[in-house]
Design a protein around this ligand. Structure first.
Ligand code: PEP
Length: 255
């Protein structure tokens, strides 16, 4: 089984390259003793080039989006190949903040296939905006997964990570609520069933992680009881100390 994974999503932060280098450097310093946890940081793409030059064999870099064409007349886009060539190895796709601005499953599906062809490992975000009493959010997650993974070759699926991120628990959501490890575990079981119906035994090679306001206080609970193979961390990844704490908690829980 793959190592547990902790992924930091810096979103559109920080404001300067200097701050990005400082934050990254703080994490590099803090994780020198980590052996059994995979660490990925996804900064804004504009910082990737510089950060790949920082010497560390502990941290991999990822992007926060990639277009589905390789190159050409696509003003403002960045392709998976470009990201790979600069040193990125992962890419977040289908994040709720992009879905909220119109990104649909069909587009995400094309990006997943293109990113895989480019050699990147997609981190596919799925999650419901809210939970209703009739539990229709399960259907929504099923549709997100089925449409986003439509036509993806079975021999590539182990490269994909599913990040379950209930939007109502994300730190920037207005009137957000805390999700529990139980909420996570229940959904992970459901997602595993969808994946195994679709891909058979190979689906067990896919990692499923949780994201939504995870911090150094609740990380252990999600890792122990949330049924997950790791965490996607937004706000807390902007603080090197907190992010390193979460990584160390994961490392200790994997022993
Ligand atoms: C995210 O939006 O991917 C995320 C995990 O954010 P936060 O941890 O800030 O809720």
């Amino acid at each position: 089984m793959s190592k547990k994974i902790i992924i930091g999503n810096w979103k559109m932060n920080p404001l300067t390259l200097k701050e990005a280098e400082k934050l990254f450097g703080g994490v590099v310093k803090g994780v020198s003793i980590i052996k059994n946890t995979e660490i990925v940081i996804c900064p804004p793409s504009i910082y990737l080039d510089k950060l790949t030059k920082v010497r560390t064999n502990k941290i991999k870099l990822g992007a926060q989006n990639a277009f589905f064409e390789q190159s050409g007349a696509f003003t403002g886009r960045i392709s998976g190949e470009m990201l790979y060539n600069i040193g990125a190895r992962y890419v977040i796709l289908g994040h709720s903040e992009r879905r909220a601005r119109g990104e649909g499953n069909n587009n995400i599906n094309k990006k997943i296939k293109a990113s895989l062809s480019a050699g990147l490992r997609p981190i596919l975000c799925v999650g419901e905006d809210m939970r209703d009493e009739s539990h229709s959010y399960f259907n929504l997650i099923k549709t997100q997964i089925e449409e986003c993974l439509f036509g993806v070759s079975r021999n590539l699926i182990s490269k994909i990570i599913i990040a379950y991120e209930p939007v109502w628990a994300i730190s920037t959501t207005l009137n957000r609520k805390d999700a529990t490890a139980n909420d996570s575990r229940e959904m992970v079981i459901f997602i595993r069933k969808i994946l195994s119906d679709k891909f058979g035994a190979d689906a067990s090679k896919m990692r499923i992680i949780y994201g939504g306001s995870v911090n150094e206080k609740d990380a252990l609970e999600f890792l122990k009881n949330g049924g997950v193979d790791g965490l996607l961390v937004g706000r807390a990844s902007l603080n090197a100390e907190k992010f390193v704490d979460i990584i160390k908690i994961c490392e200790a829980s994997s022993k």
